[in-house]
Design a protein around this ligand. Structure first.
Ligand SMILES: [Zn+2]
Length: 433
């Protein structure tokens, strides 16, 4: 199922990797006899950009030890070589980026964001630029998208975060498979990569089996918003691909752990989602954080804390989520310790959940909860890619993987806040910061 769900992404990545190796993809169908002959297209000179990052301490996102004095070669946006300085021969035409021993790692992947007009910024392109500025080079947007700039995500020219989308959160009218089919069709029509559904006491407890089954028949992976343990188990049994939030009502148990391990299903903690429900009772400290003010702050920061927002932040609902946050953290650590994949994800994008900055807050909260900085870095890179079916395509520093790279001035394994010490960010080998 994991393989099927990523087939189209894999094909696209392979086509680009092929062309990056100097072999053009076959010409499109539908050209008439006057078009350039295929032989000419195959032998045409192509400008392929080659870069070599040298003297890097490489954290490759696979769990392998960090490599000192490493070299990463990126050709046409895709990593072509990784190794120590004496193993890699730097191509003559490479543009060399000398890193002076800095820490090089894969760009961060946010496995649960929202990119669309519904938050504090309406411009989708700007949202993707802001994510990339903070080192978040891939976002899986689980609802609210208005436009889907999918064509660019496999482009060697990409210069902002890659976007994958689910389309609307689906809610069939009844358990009838025909209603599930109609809902899934709605997402397919807008070009969704994923299917998204909310399951809780108020929504979809009787309709999720048919919806998940229908999505799986269409080879679409399914991310489910869950809150409670029973729903987590139920949607897992029904075939969900991703649990898009923490379990927040009861401690997770062995049944859930075994089910997630057997099906290789990950959990997305979204701890900052909980934080965002209650933190605006007063002006939060991070409003004065220079790192936040770089790009994440809304234009009307001084007017952000309105009486209405404060009332929301002290409502019964907000108090509930605040009270459940420690349990969400404990459950995340328990699942992680048992070997379940944790995919870093924030639910950023809606108002008050600041894209880019909240991914750093999330990683800091994960460490506070008890995961090691190294485990959190993996959950935001290689593991995140695996969780959303993009293993071997994104999230690691390995040949054949897209050249999405973050370079830091300090080692984030020593202190996760060193992930803020960003020297540079590249998407498909293009420097965006
Ligand atoms: Zn969400």
């Amino acid at each position: 199922m994991r393989i099927r769900s990523r087939t189209s992404a894999l094909v696209a990545a392979l086509l680009v990797a092929l062309s990056a190796c100097g072999q053009d993809a076959p010409p499109e169908d539908g050209q008439d006899g006057s078009a350039e002959a295929p032989e000419a297209a195959l032998t045409a000179e192509r400008e392929v950009r080659v870069q070599a990052f040298t003297d890097a301490r490489i954290f490759d996102g696979t769990g392998a030890p960090v490599m000192d004095n490493g070299v990463v070669v990126v050709r046409g946006g895709v990593i072509s070589q990784v190794g120590s300085a004496d193993q890699v021969s730097i191509p003559e035409d490479a543009e060399v980026v000398e890193l002076g021993g800095r820490f090089l790692m894969p760009g961060f992947i946010n496995t649960h964001g929202h990119v669309g007009p519904g938050g504090d910024r309406s411009d989708v392109g700007e949202q993707l630029e802001i994510y990339a500025h903070y080192g978040v080079t891939t976002v899986l947007s689980l609802g609210d998208e208005a436009e889907v700039p999918q064509g660019e995500r496999w482009s060697p020219e990409l210069n902002r975060a890659r976007l994958f989308v689910s389309g609307p959160s689906l809610s069939p009218e009844s358990p009838d498979p025909a209603d599930a089919e109609a809902e899934v069709e709605r997402a397919v029509e807008m070009g969704a990569d994923w299917i998204k559904m909310h399951v809780n006491a108020a929504r979809n407890r009787d309709t999720y089996p048919a919806l998940i089954a229908t999505a799986r028949e269409r080879l679409l992976p399914v991310a489910i918003h869950i809150e409670e343990l029973e729903d987590a188990k139920g949607v897992l049994e029904a075939g969900a691909t991703l649990l898009a939030h923490s379990v927040r009502d009861e401690p997770v148990d062995d049944e859930l752990i075994q089910g997630m391990l057997e099906r290789d299903v990950c959990l997305v903690p979204t701890l900052t989602r909980e934080l965002s429900t209650f933190v605006y009772a007063e002006r939060p400290d991070f409003f004065d954080d220079p790192f936040f003010l770089e790009r994440s702050a809304p234009e009307d920061l001084d007017d952000f804390i309105t009486p209405q927002r404060q009332a929301q932040a002290t409502s019964d609902g907000a108090r509930y989520w605040e009270a459940q946050l420690p349990l969400a953290k404990e459950n995340m650590v328990r699942l992680h310790d048992a070997g379940v994949g944790i995919g870093m994800g924030t639910d950023s994008g809606p108002s008050g959940r600041f894209q880019g900055y909240f991914e750093h807050l999330e990683m800091e909260m994960m460490v506070d909860a008890g995961m090691s900085p190294e485990a959190v870095l993996l959950s935001a890179t290689g593991t995140a890619a695996r969780c959303i079916g993009l293993e071997g395509i994104l999230g690691t520093i390995e040949p054949g993987v897209w050249g999405d790279v973050v370079v830091l001035d300090a080692d984030p394994r020593e202190d996760i806040r060193n992930a803020r010490e960003i020297y540079g960010v590249w998407t498909a080998g293009n420097r965006v910061r």
